[in-house]
Design a protein around this ligand. Structure first.
Ligand code: F6P
Length: 322
């Protein structure tokens, strides 16, 4: 193998740059030529290949976002889009590709492997932590720390006004951002996508719970898209009109910011291992870290969903929130 490519795809995540830096520097160490592809699969289709060297990734380990830009490409999922992408990879002499992205990225790579034999290795880059085959995805640790910092601030004002706050966090159809940031911020309740919201139970909890608490915070995982928290808050207000309720949608601040040290180190390990995996002849495989060890999960298994979300954490949270 002489020449490889790397790209970032899907929603950006803090730590993608650290991963990219590790990929480029490891490739150079092994005397591989490396090109970056801009704008994810869209750039592969349009031929946006740029040469990379040690300097191209200087000063980026601490930066959120992705210097290669990213996109969710609809065109790549069409036969014509895939054909163009294949032609461009071949034209550029690419013999292996490292994709840093989430489940959409790996589903795309898997489908692409039916028409293109160039091997792909994936690094899990998404704040959602919704992939099987790794304890933590790139960006998740930073995102939950961003949420905890925001909720700590909300707690100050909630406490001062004796208010009940509903705080919506990201996660698409996975509730892991909500679960961990809710535990970390001492939330009174957490509503996650995996368990259908039991409004009666929530209302009972807020009605019968401790009266000596000045503030209450309910973390709500976005369910039917951004803003779905409004419906939950309205229903509670109807049932419990004595509460002074406010809603806060944290939105895209969860996707930005300097990656935490944990994200920088995990991302570096994954990027480093991705290059070695390509050189070892692996393909259609996602690099992960489980119990602090590098793991290899076939794309088709990585993109499946967890049926039940950490029942141990959910059970503990209920007791600690009393
Ligand atoms: O997958 C990452 C994520 O931030 C999800 O948590 C969220 O639902 C989605 O992306 C938002 O996507 P966009 O930035 O395209 O609005």
């Amino acid at each position: 193998m002489k020449k490889i490519s790397v790209f970032t795809s899907g929603g950006d995540a803090p730590g993608m740059n650290a991963c990219l830096r590790a990929v480029v520097r490891t490739a150079l160490f092994h005397k591989l030529e490396i090109t970056g592809i801009l704008h994810g699969y869209d750039g592969m289709i349009k031929g946006e290949f740029i040469p990379m060297n040690a300097k191209s990734v200087s000063g980026i380990i601490q930066r959120g976002g992705t210097i290669l830009k990213t996109a969710r490409s609809a065109e790549f999922m069409t036969p014509a889009g895939m054909k163009k992408a294949k032609e461009n990879l071949e034209k550029n002499g690419i013999e292996g590709v490292i994709a840093i992205g989430g489940d959409g990225t790996f589903k795309g790579a898997l489908e692409f492997s039916s028409i293109c034999s160039i091997p792909f290795i994936g690094c899990p880059g998404t704040i959602d932590n919704d992939l099987i085959g790794t304890d933590f995805t790139i960006g998740y640790d930073t995102a939950i720390n961003t949420v905890v910092e925001a909720v700590d601030k909300i707690r100050d004002t909630a406490e001062s006004h004796d208010r009940l706050f509903f705080v919506e966090v990201m996660g698409r159809d996975a509730g892991l951002i909500a679960l961990r940031s809710g535990i970390g911020s001492g939330a009174e309740a957490i509503l996650i996508s995996e368990a259908k919201t039991d409004m009666e139970q929530l209302i009972r909890h807020l009605k019968d719970g401790r009266k000596d608490k000045a503030s209450k915070i309910v973390i709500v995982s976005e369910q039917e898209g951004t803003g779905s928290v409004m419906k939950v808050a309205e229903e509670v207000k109807k049932a419990l009109p004595f509460y002074d309720i406010r809603v806060s949608v944290l939105g895209h601040i969860q996707r930005g910011g300097n990656p935490t040290c944990m994200d920088r180190v995990n991302s570096s390990r994954m990027g480093f291992s991705a290059v070695e995996a390509l050189m070892d002849g692996k393909k259609s495989t996602m690099i992960g870290i489980i119990n602090n060890k590098i793991t290899y999960t076939p794309f088709e298994n990585a993109v499946k969903h967890l049926d039940e979300l950490h029942p141990d954490l959910v059970g503990m949270m209920k007791i600690l929130a009393l």
